[in-house]
Design a binder for this molecule. Structure first.
Ligand code: GLC
Length: 433
């Protein structure tokens, strides 16, 4: 139990972080380390902003969608303003757009967030939501066309950064096939700002940059990428989030009388729901990463495995194995949900995505657990998230072993998840609604 005074203090602090990270229409994830607009950060951050400024929350999504590419992709970073020294910056991505953006996308949580906002903010949102739905429909269609051109029912990522779970051990084997010989020298900025032990190692960065080079050389042509990109991987996080987003889009399209959007999303969803099974590992008893280029299924679980509960209805047998695995993991550490298997040799409790807990993943997984009739496990995740924030404040992520914070400080989506979900005051609000 967190005492009421601490709750009041943390509520105020979270709001203050979101205001301080507001650059006017968009919010940076954190100052210094991530000084631009990031795609899924913004969407999730809007949930927190909505707790004190509804109009500003909608703006966050509108601003993100205003950077949509002509082909429908919503980029993972939008470089609204110039910042000296960020790496890899606009010159590396060469999007040839104004404002410059990166050339890849990120998990499409935006439609889900729009549905949440439309359901809990007062008022009639039709005029605002309709243009957003058109943009989101084009983005989801881009996923279907560009990232699943053969219609197999799972979308691929062409870069680990597209998954949003940048440094997961799942990428090690697929990345080993990527040739880094022409990458050359570059200067990282992240390790000047945070402890190098918490960030990806240099060899990983060489691979990341080789893929950026691949993309810019073909000018981000989706056909070339699908046919030839050396990294072409389907993973449960991205696919579950997209399935959820399609479901939420169908509900919104029906609510706001947009039947053709509802019909398109329904067709795409059927394909995705069916295809998701390809990510099931009998050995791991959960959903894992499938390297489509090298036809190899991973057999270790990651936090993305549980996102299947958030993605859509899970059958009873598989749902039970998710609960069992979750309880088993939790017994090995102190705070759920680690980003990677705490029993695996690759687990590292403080290094980027190789072990640490992220608050927004916890919110998504908890949402899925509650929807599957496990409010007890959903509360466990909310309690663990709240305890981590109480111990270490609004850090980018936390060690599941010690609770120590890592990466950036005063982080927007951590603050947002506190305000919207993990804070005892947020939970009281939902219970009384
Ligand atoms: C890192 C994370 C990614 C996030 C970004 C900004 O790249 O892995 O998920 O969007 O930081 O917070």
């Amino acid at each position: 139990m967190i005492d009421p005074e601490t709750v009041t203090r943390l509520d105020a602090q979270a709001q203050q972080i979101l205001r301080a990270n507001d650059k006017g229409g968009y919010t940076v994830p954190t100052k210094g380390l991530y000084p631009f607009q990031w795609n899924w950060d913004s969407a999730l951050t809007a949930l927190g902003i909505a707790c004190f400024d509804a109009d500003r929350a909608w703006q966050e999504i509108e601003k993100l969608l205003s950077a949509q590419w002509d082909n429908g992709m919503v980029p993972h970073i939008v470089f609204w303003q110039h910042e000296e020294g960020y790496f890899p910056g606009p010159g590396e991505w060469r999007s040839e757009r104004t404002p410059p953006t990166s050339g890849i996308t990120q998990p499409p949580v935006a439609a889900t967030v729009v549905r949440q906002l439309a359901s809990f903010l007062p008022g009639d949102h039709g005029a605002r939501v309709t243009p957003m739905l058109h943009a989101l429909d084009r983005w989801h269609q881009w996923f279907a066309n560009a990232r699943d051109p053969d219609g197999i029912g799972v979308v691929a990522i062409m870069h680990p950064w597209e998954s949003g779970r940048d440094n997961l051990p799942d990428w090690d084997a697929p990345l080993a096939h990527v040739d880094t010989s022409s990458v050359g020298a570059f200067m990282r900025r992240d390790i000047q700002l945070v402890n190098a032990a918490e960030r990806p190692v240099n060899d990983d960065y060489n691979h990341y940059m080789a893929l950026v080079q691949f993309g810019r050389t073909c000018q981000w042509d989706v056909k070339t990428i699908a046919e030839k990109c050396p990294f072409w991987v389907a993973e449960p996080g991205m696919n579950a989030i997209l399935r959820r987003a399609e479901r939420d889009m169908i509900a919104l399209a029906m609510q706001f009388n947009l039947p053709s959007i509802a019909a398109r999303a329904t067709r795409r969803l059927a394909r995705l729901d069916h295809g998701f099974n390809q990510l099931w590992s009998n050995i791991a008893q959960g959903y894992t990463t499938l390297d489509l280029r090298n036809k190899k299924l991973e057999h270790r679980l990651s936090s993305g495995s549980w996102l299947s509960l958030y993605g859509g209805p899970e059958n009873d047998i598989r749902a039970k194995s998710h609960y069992f695995n979750l309880i088993e993991w939790r017994q090995k550490i102190r705070f759920a949900l680690p980003s990677f298997d705490p029993g695996d040799p690759a687990f590292d409790d403080i290094r980027y995505w190789r072990g640490p807990v992220w608050a927004m993943i916890n919110w998504m997984v908890a949402t899925g657990l509650a929807e599957h009739g496990r409010p007890d496990l959903a509360s466990l995740l909310a309690d663990d998230t709240a305890a981590l924030i109480e111990q270490s404040a609004f850090r980018e992520y936390f060690s599941p072993v010690t609770g120590k914070g890592g990466g950036g400080k005063d982080f927007s989506w951590t603050a947002a998840m506190w305000l919207y979900w993990a804070s005892p005051s947020a939970r009281q609000k939902t219970e009384t609604q």
